[in-house]
Structure formats: C-alpha cells, structure tokens
Design a protein around this ligand. Structure first.
Ligand code: PLP
Length: 431
C-alpha cells in the first residue's frame, strides 16, 4: 500500500488535525484537498465539514413532524448490538421466516389476512403491481396519475412493474361507469389500482369512486394509501381522532371496504422506520413474498426490529410510545408552556426571545393543508445557518422575518439543547 501513501507534507498536515474525530484516511483526504486548493490552512475546516456531513441525530424544530430531509418519522427505537433471531424459529431450531414478527404484527394491527414488509412505499407498490398485474392491464383513474415526489410517478411505477396502464375517467371526475367501460374493453385486467393523492387536494367539481364500489367489479383492487394510517378511529390515542387527520384513508377501513391489497410507508403516519407494507389477501401476499423482487426489496433486522417495536405500541394502544403520535397529539397548552419556559430561560441568559403561537404540520406528504396548533420560540434575524452548525444541529424555520423554533416537533427532553443552541446562535450573531 506504499503506492498511495500521502506525500510527507500532506501526512504531517493530516496528523496536525488528528483531534478532529475522523479516521485517518478522511483526515488525509481533507489535507490533500487543502493542499491541492493551495490553502493548507483550510484542512481543519474541511475535515470538520466532513465530520458534520456524516449521519447524526438532529433537533427538528421545523414544526414539520414528518420531515422528508430528516428521515420522516422520528425514531423511537434503539437497537441492541448482537445477533438476532431474524430467520430462526426458536421453538424448533429450524429456519424461520422474517415475516413472522413485524409483518405478522402489521397484519393484525391493520385487520389484514397477511402482510409483507419491504424497504419503502415505492417498493411495496412496485412489488404488488408486478404480482397482480405484471403483463396485464391495470386500470387507474386519470385523477390518480400522481407524482408523490422525487422519482415516484404512478405511470412510471406501472411501467416498471410490467403492468399495462389503462387510464380511466378524467383528471377531476371518474365514475364507476368509466371503470366498467374500461373493463369491458380489457376483460383480462389484472387489477384496479387506486392511489391516494397524498400531497395535494383537488377541489371543486370532482368525483371519484369508492373502494366499496370498485371491489365488486371483478379484478383485485390494490390501494396505494401512502401514509400508513392503520385505523381511522385511532384507538391508540386517548381522545377522538384529531381533526387534522380528516379524510386520510386508513388501512383497516380500506381493506374492509373490499380492497384486495393496500400498500403504505412505514415512516409516514405509521410513525415507524423507513419501510413499505403490502397487506391484505393471504394468497396475494404469499404471491408477493414468492416473487423475485421480494428478495431484492427485503429489509434487514434493524428495520424489522424498529417496525416491530412500533407495531407492539399500536397493539398496546399506546400511541404515546410512538414519537410521531406523541408529538402530534401533545396538548396545545403543554407545548405553549414549554415555549414560555424556553423563552424565559433565553431571557435570563440575556437573549431576547418570544414565545409565540404557530402552526405545525404532519408533513411527509400526508394530510396536505391541515395544520396542528403549536407554539415556539422566535428570535429576530435569520439564525438558521448557525443553528445548523450547533452540536447537535438544530433545524428551525423562518416566519415573519424571524427565526422560529417550533416545539411540537421537538422532544421535550431536548428543550434545554434548544436554549443552548439559540443562545449561542444569537450571541454569535452579535459578535
Ligand atoms: C409516500 C408515498 C409513496 C412512496 O412511499 P415511499 O415510502 O416514499 O417510497 C407512494 N405512494 C403514495 C400515495 C405515497 O404517499
């Protein structure tokens, strides 16, 4: 390995910044870049930037509970190191199935015959469509040919799955007779696909067809729900379903309305890790599990353990153990009291900060347009860049020209971190 040993000057420079917590090859890379840029003095800053760029916990004070850039739902699970019974039946000692824990719990919690877990929602739709409609026509309303974001467009997913998309109805109105006419023209259709337009609303002169009306038409109805709301009655919460959930379709009700399969993400309203779920008819789920794509899309033990923890909380009806639901349903008065306390602590430290009311959102492309009353701490000026450089980094938002830290998306155990971060950012701004 003497070939790529750094020249002595670069090596010495790398050793001079050895206190930056990075493995030596990354310090050498920073030193090499600094020398190449003709600015050896920048090696430390380059190494520190590299260290900050690694995956790390951050404080989400944006008020967007499911923030796509922050990994959507906050993780509520930490993993013990070591080996796991991922595919081992501990009773018999024989090979088990990685579907016997998290997937079985999802099925139970959603009222499905069976379920399969894959890496994300897009993978769930791709696999489900490949199995039920690969090589066959699949009917989709023109009002549901949506783009969910970065790379997920319904026509493209249909094409990749091998399903032959048949457009039905119009952008704003699709009726049952439209589906019937399409079925008459394509009697061998493999499925009817229904996609929840998660991240926008069409208003006005609109019409779509309920799952209960589509189910009797013949082909299995596959519903891409997106958000992963398990049950519209939210039995894991103490009170009634929150008003901001209005209209969000849930897995249990969609299946009992006659859907053959539903697909959804693990890290949206389900509040778990990044994953995708296919739930519904046992024969179709089994066919999904047998498809070669299932192997390519299967998650590992880290994800399945986190999802299992999330589902056990649902089955205990303990929504408070799921960070997303705990944050989303914290009483307004409790969030306001925290905002007062943080603003007060900042004031005592000589920082002018105001506790303000604001509006948080679920985010993650779910329940668009519906806010959750919240409270936060506002300071004059734009301090977002210095807050991002804090350890741990704090993500805030701008509102009315001020920096706002929304406390609904922050775990209360991090309020003191927020006081320190905002205090340091404002003090740094004055220097
Ligand atoms: C979010 C979403 C997807 C994609 O799920 P990922 O987990 O991001 O892969 C697909 N369909 C709908 C309706 C969605 O809302």
């Amino acid at each position: 390995m003497t070939d790529d040993a750094p020249p002595p000057s670069v090596d010495a420079l790398a050793r001079s910044i050895a206190d930056v917590a990075l493995p030596h090859p990354l310090l050498v890379a920073a030193a090499r870049e600094a020398v190449a840029a003709g600015d050896p003095g920048s090696a430390r800053a380059r190494a520190e930037r590299r260290a900050r760029g690694l995956l790390r916990p951050v404080v989400n004070a944006t008020g967007v509970l499911l923030h796509t850039n922050l990994g959507r739902a906050a993780l509520g699970h930490s993993q013990e190191p070591g080996a796991w019974n991922l595919e081992l039946d501990l009773e018999t000692g024989a090979r088990g199935s990685r579907r016997s824990h998290a997937a079985a719990l999802v099925a139970l919690a959603a009222g499905a015959e069976d379920a399969l877990v894959v890496n994300n929602g897009a993978g769930a739709v791709l696999l489900a469509l490949s199995v039920v409609a690969g090589g066959l026509p699949v009917l989709v309303s023109r009002g549901e040919l949506v783009e969910i974001g970065g790379g997920f467009r319904v026509p493209d997913v249909c094409a990749v799955s091998g399903a032959l998309m048949v457009e039905v109805g119009t952008t704003n109105r699709t009726r049952r007779t439209d589906y019937e006419r399409a079925l008459a023209a394509h009697p061998g259709a493999g499925a009817i696909l229904k996609v929840h337009p998660s991240n926008f609303r069409v208003q006005g002169f609109t019409e779509s067809v309920a799952v209960s009306e589509l189910a009797p038409l013949g082909p299995p109805v596959v519903c891409d729900l997106g958000s992963g709301l398990l049950d519209e009655r939210t039995p894991w919460l103490d009170g009634p379903p929150p008003s901001w959930l209005a209209g969000e379709p849930a897995a249990r009700q969609t299946l009992s309305a006659g859907a053959a399969l539903v697909t959804f993400s693990g890290d949206k309203l389900l509040g778990g890790p990044q994953a995708g779920v296919i739930a519904g008819r046992a024969d179709l789920v089994a066919a999904c599990a047998r498809h070669p794509l299932a192997r390519a899309l299967r998650p590992g033990g880290l994800v399945l353990a986190a999802l299992q923890a999330t589902l056990l909380s649902y089955l205990r009806r303990d929504g408070q153990a799921i960070p997303f639901w705990r944050m989303a349903t914290a009483p307004e008065a409790a969030v306001e009291a925290r905002a007062e306390a943080v603003a007060g602590a900042l004031g005592r430290a000589g920082v002018r900060a105001d506790a303000v009311r604001c509006t948080a959102v679920a985010g993650g492309g779910s329940v668009p347009g519906l806010g959750i009353p919240s409270a936060g701490v506002a300071v004059d000026g734009d301090h977002r860049a210095s807050l991002r450089r804090h350890d741990p980094p704090v993500m805030a938002r701008m509102e009315a020209g001020r920096t706002l830290c929304d406390l609904r998306s922050v775990d209360p155990s991090l309020d003191q971190v927020l006081v320190e971060a905002v205090g340091a950012a404002v003090a740094g701004g004055k220097r």
